[in-house]
Design a protein. Structure first.
Length: 365
């Protein structure tokens, strides 16, 4: 009888410990995921310094992220290779750590660094370089700006333009003298502001000098202020730097009619056209020529997103095919109308659903 009592007490204790362990693990999971999300956001918007060593929360948290990759999105949509890709930032951290340790033990999984590199071979690695942060709204496409939405989480005024701690990111070096941003990377430039913003005029010459020095990188610069392109333009610009692509952004016919004639007249070697957020049907037939290297279309994200009609997307695609210009549908937006029905699409699926549409048009140039 006494033995049975102690056995019962023992099993109850085990159950209690097990429940406690599960709850503790769950707390670590949730806290870790929250920390990764907020840290990534702070990095993206220049709030945290980009050179801070990424705090790899725990192998347990990493396993959680691996299992729930379909529900989580850290900077990049779900990998086509099914590799549990947390984020470019985390992957870089893993690569750095794995230089000293050939194998990385994550719970019950062992990931070899070379294996990781091979598995994400189809996912292009890229760098976000936000030299300054903040902007002011100038057109309809700015109404539900994602930067304003993100900054509101931290009670930050997005209309105040500040130079970020990541200003000299492309020039930073490791202890061995190599650049932190390796040669061949695509650098997405000024995605939390506008490169040609008036408040950034005093910094732009220095920014161009950094871009000129890192001619081994490819820089993509989107802008809604193509009318200010010539302000602080380098004296040696000529017809453009070969490693710099400028993307003119339009959201409706009014902005297309204003910005695109200016865009066509400017000396830019690599011109891209972003129709995002797409707010209406666009007639681009008068603006699509051989100078435009690609047209990319995307809907609006966020809780208050306006509807993007799939017929508008297909019509732009038809115009691109007629002009023999590459076309890509990069994002559905939060609300996509198709076949008379409006679909609400969660943020983590907006890129993957656009890819699954299978309407991208590529040509060899």
């Amino acid at each position: 009888m006494v033995l049975s009592f102690f056995l019962l007490l023992f099993f109850v204790s085990l159950v209690g410990l097990n429940i406690g362990w599960v709850l503790a693990n769950r707390f670590v999971f949730i806290f870790g995921v929250y920390y990764l999300c907020t840290y990534e956001d702070r990095l993206r918007f220049g709030i945290a310094k980009s050179e801070i060593k990424f705090p790899f929360v725990s192998a347990l948290t990493f396993r959680y992220l691996c299992w729930y990759e379909d529900r989580l999105r850290f900077g990049i949509a779900k990998s086509e290779t099914r590799f549990p890709f947390v984020s470019a930032l985390t992957f870089r951290y893993l690569c750095i750590k794995c230089r000293a340790v050939s194998w990385y033990n994550c719970g019950n999984f062992l990931y070899d660094r070379d294996y990781l590199c091979k598995k994400i071979g189809s996912v292009s690695m890229s760098v976000s370089w936000n030299l300054w942060h903040g902007c002011h709204k100038i057109s309809e496409g700015c109404r539900h700006c994602y930067v304003y939405r993100q900054d509101s989480r931290y009670d930050k005024d997005s209309s105040v333009v500040t130079r970020t701690a990541a200003f000299d990111l492309p020039l930073r070096r490791k202890r061995n003298g190599d650049f932190r941003v390796p040669s061949g990377e695509m650098v997405y430039t000024c995605f939390t502001s506008d490169f040609f913003l008036e408040e950034a005029d005093e910094w732009r010459a220095e920014a161009w000098a950094i871009i000129r020095e890192r001619c081994d990188l490819s820089f993509l610069i989107p802008t809604k202020r193509i009318d200010r392109f010539r302000v602080s333009l380098p004296s040696d610009w000529g017809d453009g730097y070969d490693h710099v692509a400028i993307a003119c952004t339009v959201e409706n016919q009014d902005r297309a009619n204003y910005r695109l004639p200016l865009f066509r007249s400017l000396p830019i070697r690599h011109k891209l056209l972003f129709c995002a957020p797409l707010l209406g049907a666009l007639d681009l037939s008068g603006y699509l020529d051989d100078d435009i290297e690609e047209v990319s279309v995307g809907g609006e994200s966020g809780m208050d997103a306006r509807v993007c009609d799939y017929d508008w997307v297909l019509d732009i695609r038809r115009q691109c095919i007629a002009a023999d210009i590459p076309f890509s549908f990069h994002q559905t937006g939060a609300r996509l109308r198709k076949g008379g029905r409006v679909y609400r699409i969660r943020r983590e699926f907006q890129h993957s659903q656009a890819r699954r549409a299978g309407i991208n048009y590529k040509i060899d140039r």
